[in-house]
Each structure stands twice: as C-alpha cells, then as structure tokens.
Design a protein around this ligand. Sequence first.
Ligand SMILES: C[S@@+](CC[C@H](N)C(=O)[O-])C[C@H]1O[C@@H](n2cnc3c(N)ncnc32)[C@H](O)[C@@H]1O
Length: 242
Amino acid sequence: MTPLGTFYGIGVGPGEIGLIPVAAWEIVQKCDAIFVPRATSQDASTAKQCLPKNNIAADRFHEIEFDMSCDHSALESRYTAMAATIAELLRQGKSVAYLTLGDSMTYSTFNYALRAVRAVCPEAPWKVFPGVTSFAALAAATGQTLGEGKERVQILPCPEDMEVLSRVICSNHLVVLMKVGHRLPGVLALLQRMDLLSHTVLGSRVGMSDEALLTDLRGIIGKQPSGYLATLLIRNPAPTIL
Ligand SMILES: C[S@@+](CC[C@H](N)C(=O)[O-])C[C@H]1O[C@@H](n2cnc3c(N)ncnc32)[C@H](O)[C@@H]1O
C-alpha cells in the first residue's frame, strides 16, 4: 500500500518576499502540490507572491479562490471540497503544502483547511511551520515593542462596536488591532476622542511594495487610508489596573 503523503501548513510573508523559515522553504520546494489561497478581490495570491524567487513548475501550484465576504457555511463547504482534493493527493502518496499569509495558526484560513483535511483523511500525517505574524512584522518595521516587562498585550480582530474597543484599550498597555477593514474611520475617531492618535502605529500592506507605515496618526483624520490588510498597534500609557 502506498504510504500517505504529508499535509504541510506553511506561513509566508506576510508581505516581504522571502520571509519564510528555511526549513519550511525546503519543504515547499519538494512538495508535489502547493495550494495557494487567493481572495476574490485580488488578482493574484498574496501568499504565493511572498515566496522567494524560484523555478517551481506552474502546474504544482493550485490556486484556490475564496470570497471572504461569504457566510461561514459557504466558506466551510468551499474548504470541504478543497479538502477532498487534497485528501485524494495524500492517498496517492503525494505531499501537499498549503501557503498562508503570516503565521499559519493566527487568524489564518489554514486553520479551516487543516480541520477539513483532518476530518476527511484523519490518518494522514501533517506538520505546521509557523510564520511571522503581521503584528510582529509591523513592530519590527516601526521599531515598536510588543510588550516589555509585565505589560499586558491584547490581540483582537476589530469589533464593530467602538465602545467594546474602548474598554479593551483602557485595560491594556498595548492593543494589537487586526482585521480593521471598513471600520478604520470609526477606530480613528475613537482614538482621537481617547487622545491616543500619537500613541498609535498603523501598518498597511507591511512588507509589500506599496506598504504604508504611520507612526503617529495625528493628521490622518479625514484622509481615510485603506483598512484592508492593515494592523494597528495602540499603546495606552496609563491603563486601568484590573
Ligand atoms: C486573516 S488575518 C491573517 C493573519 C495572519 N495569519 C497573521 O499571522 O498576521 C488578516 C489580517 O492580518 C493582518 N495582516 C495580514 N497581512 C498584513 C500585512 N502585510 N500588513 C498589515 N497587516 C496584515 C490584517 O490585520 C488583516 O486584516
């Protein structure tokens, strides 16, 4: 009987070309199939664009288009269909990599993919390589720390309700705000009310050729930069002691 192939999760980027652990890159180059997610709103897979320069044959890449605005059950069935294709390859003894932007396990579509593959092919071996999170890339690009000493750091996807965000900011030294999107104007208005614009760093498309890094948001109000692929580091100099 053919031994089952291994399913690999590989974090790459999240923007800079070549930002991938050496061990993970060696695996990608050897894999028989490389699945690359692409958002419907994008022309190309951002994760694939972050790979180092290579001569990997085009037919080893399998581009999977996802409409991230879809409801949860539509996305779930998309992943189930993809997992069936991956499981078929694993049963043929082929190794399969799934590329994901940033860290593989941090708010990543890879989590859905791994769950779906393990559900249809539980006997197949799998291995996840961690990657660089978007907030680590932003902290590095701007020279900000992600916590010193006993500072409290909270990572969260941007809530709709700015009151919720306000409470989180009040009780932490640093808030890492992800998935900001269309909520950016509301977030900026809140930061202005809390007098925290000068304590906030915004990184959009960090590491990409069109990255925007803003280390003091005073003066940004009304200019409305894009919140797509944007992360904020909000520092509160005087958090409430819980
Ligand atoms: C689906 S999550 C993916 C998170 C990713 N796995 C990580 O490790 O950061 C998408 C969010 O990650 C952040 N993000 C991803 N890539 C980014 C980049 N190059 N620059 C700034 N933020 C980024 C944004 O907050 C975006 O809304």
